[in-house]
Design a protein around this ligand. Structure first.
Ligand code: NDP
Length: 275
């Protein structure tokens, strides 16, 4: 049972990745993101998820520097954006992200979206960065089973993580099972359905466990072995989202939450987001 905010999963290469991290999409660069990162680290978070396209890597970097926590105790993820796909351009994009973040190495670097034609050469650049020791783990985001099959057939180092939209209304059972079978750690983006938490079962379980609907969903992720990265810019919600390690959902309640699936996406479908 996962009982601490700093508990982690072990990726295929032995690297430890915290079950909970802070997401910073739509968090503004500067004060706002620095404040969110500092609040998260003070609340015990050790993992931050950003991306080049979020435009806030510099603020994330400042937030982690002033936190006073050692770099090696933090887990920092960023992602190569679609326009930078390709071998050389990905190497350059990585260097730009690394400098903005002000770090020697990244913990996890992801291909942000598959697109159609370039993700294999993009991923080869990630393999190089991994072999050069500039990133501790590599992976992908928004990859469906068919993307993963094609990538695995053509890569040297299997992706360690797949970060996808994942929440009670989109529980991606086929992808979940495939990633489990292949030893790819699944990570949930928009775990809080972008704040759309007003579902009767969540309200019922929140009352039952004396927790909030957000806490019920985040605990459901972790109990299924899914890493989760809720976003908030408010210190009290950041704390609330981190306060999920002192209770356990029953098997029956886990099953009930699994019945909410409607294949509903708040973000784009990976096969339709082509570039
Ligand atoms: P989330 O599902 O995490 O929801 C964030 C929203 O919920 C915000 O509006 C926030 O508001 C609100 N919220 C946060 N905590 C609570 C709470 N306890 N109760 C009620 N409302 C709450 O959405 P995101 O889309 O941001 O996803 C999380 C992270 O996943 C992103 O920040 C990003 O790091 C990553 N991501 C990755 C993608 C990819 O393609 N790889 C795509 C999308 C996201 P407020 O901030 O005002 O508290």
């Amino acid at each position: 049972m996962v009982t601490s905010i700093q508990d982690s999963t072990t990726l295929r290469n032995g690297v430890r990745m915290p079950w909970l991290g802070l997401g910073v999409w739509k968090t503004q660069d500067g004060e706002e993101v620095e404040h969110a990162v500092r609040a998260a680290i003070e609340a015990g978070y050790r993992s931050i998820d950003t991306a080049a396209i979020y435009g806030n890597e510099a603020g994330v970097g400042r937030g982690i520097k002033v936190s006073g926590v050692n770099r090696e105790d933090l887990f920092i993820t960023t992602k190569v954006w679609n326009d930078d796909q390709g071998y050389e351009s990905t190497l350059q994009a990585f260097e730009t992200s690394r400098q903005k973040l002000g770090v020697e190495y990244l913990d996890l670097y992801l291909v942000h979206w598959p697109g159609t034609s370039k993700y294999i050469e993009t991923y080869r650049a990630l393999e190089k960065l991994y072999k050069d020791g500039l990133v501790k783990a590599i992976g992908v985001s928004n990859f469906l089973v068919h993307h993963l099959e094609e990538l695995i057939a053509n890569c040297e180092i299997k992706p360690m993580v797949n970060q996808v939209e994942y929440h009670p209304l989109l529980n991606q059972q086929e992808l979940y099972n495939y990633c489990k079978q292949e030893g790819i750690q699944l990570e949930a983006w928009s775990p809080l359905m972008q704040g759309n938490l007003d579902l009767p079962l969540l309200t019922e379980l929140a009352t039952k466990y004396q927790k909030s609907p957000a806490q019920i969903v985040l605990r459901w992720d972790i109990q299924q072995g899914v890493v989760t990265i809720p976003k908030s810019i408010r210190a009290e919600r950041i704390q609330e989202n981190g306060n999920i390690f002192d209770f356990e959902l029953s098997n029956d309640d886990m099953k009930r939450l699994n019945t909410l699936n409607e294949d509903k996406r708040f973000g784009p479908h990976p096969d339709k987001f082509v570039f």
